[in-house]
Design a protein around this ligand. Sequence first.
Ligand SMILES: Nc1ncnc2c1ncn2[C@@H]1O[C@H](COP(=O)(O)OP(=O)(O)OP(=O)(O)O)[C@@H](O)[C@H]1O
Ligand SMILES: [Mg+2]
Length: 243
Amino acid sequence: MAILQTHNLSKHFGGVHALDRLSIQLKPGQITGIIGPNGSGKSTLVNVLTGIYPSDSGAVILGGEQLKTIRSPEVRDYGLTRTFQEVRLFEQIPALDNILVALTERGVFRALFERHKILHQTRAREILERVGLWEKRRALARELSYGQRKLLEIGRALAMDPKIILFDEPYAGLFPEMMKQVNGILRELRTQGLAIALIEHNMDLIRELADHVIVLDGGELLAEGPPAEVLARREVIEAYLGE
Ligand SMILES: Nc1ncnc2c1ncn2[C@@H]1O[C@H](COP(=O)(O)OP(=O)(O)OP(=O)(O)O)[C@@H](O)[C@H]1O
Ligand SMILES: [Mg+2]
C-alpha cells in the first residue's frame, strides 16, 4: 500500500516541462531511488510535493487524501519532510538549537525559550548523536563543515518525526565516513517503516540501498522497477548511465 502517490503530476517553468504527467508511489518500509540526468525533474518533484512550487495539474494522494494544492506549512501534518539539495539551516544559531527548532516547530524564539524542556533536550541529544554531531552541538550552523551541515539537515528532518522523508542527494560531497553514517540512518529508517525517497546520482548506492527505482527523463517516468533490472535496461543506459 502506497503512503504517497502522484497521479499525472505536471509542472512547467516557461517552456520547460520539469514534471510531465508523472505518476509514482512511495511505500512504507521501502527506499525508492529516484534517478535521472541533470534537469530531469527530480528536485522539482520534491519541491512540488512539499509545496515549494504549486503543480500545474495532476494530484498528490497523501495519507489517503487527494490534494490538489500542497501548502508548505501543512506538509508536516501529513508526516512528510525533506532535505534540500542546497542545505538550508538556521545559520546563526548552534547545531543543537537547529534541532530544537525542528522538534518544537514554533519558530526560532519559542523553541529557544522552551529549551529547558527535558523531553526536547533528550530527543535533540539522541538525534545529534545519531548524525554524529553531539560534540558539535554548540557550534553555529555556519561554522560546520559541508558534510556536517548535510548531517545536521538530516537531523532536522529526523526531528520532524516523519513517516515519509524525501532526501535530495544526501550523499553528494560527503567523505566516505559520513556516507557510511547516512547509509546507516537510511537503513534504520527503512526498518522503522518509513517511506524514503532517495535522489542519487551514484548508481552503486542505488544498487545497494534502493528497493525500487524510478527513472525520470525530461520530467517523465522513463522506467521503474527493481534496481538490478531497471539499471540494465537499454533506454535507461542511453538516457543516463551511458552519457
Ligand atoms: N525555479 C525554477 N525556475 C525555472 N526553471 C526551473 C526551476 N526549478 C527547476 N527548473 C528547471 O526544471 C528542470 C528540472 O530541474 P530539477 O532541478 O528538478 O532537475 P534535477 O533532476 O533535480 O537535476 P539535478 O540532478 O541537476 O539536481 C530543469 O530544466 C530546470 O532548469
Ligand atoms: Mg536536483
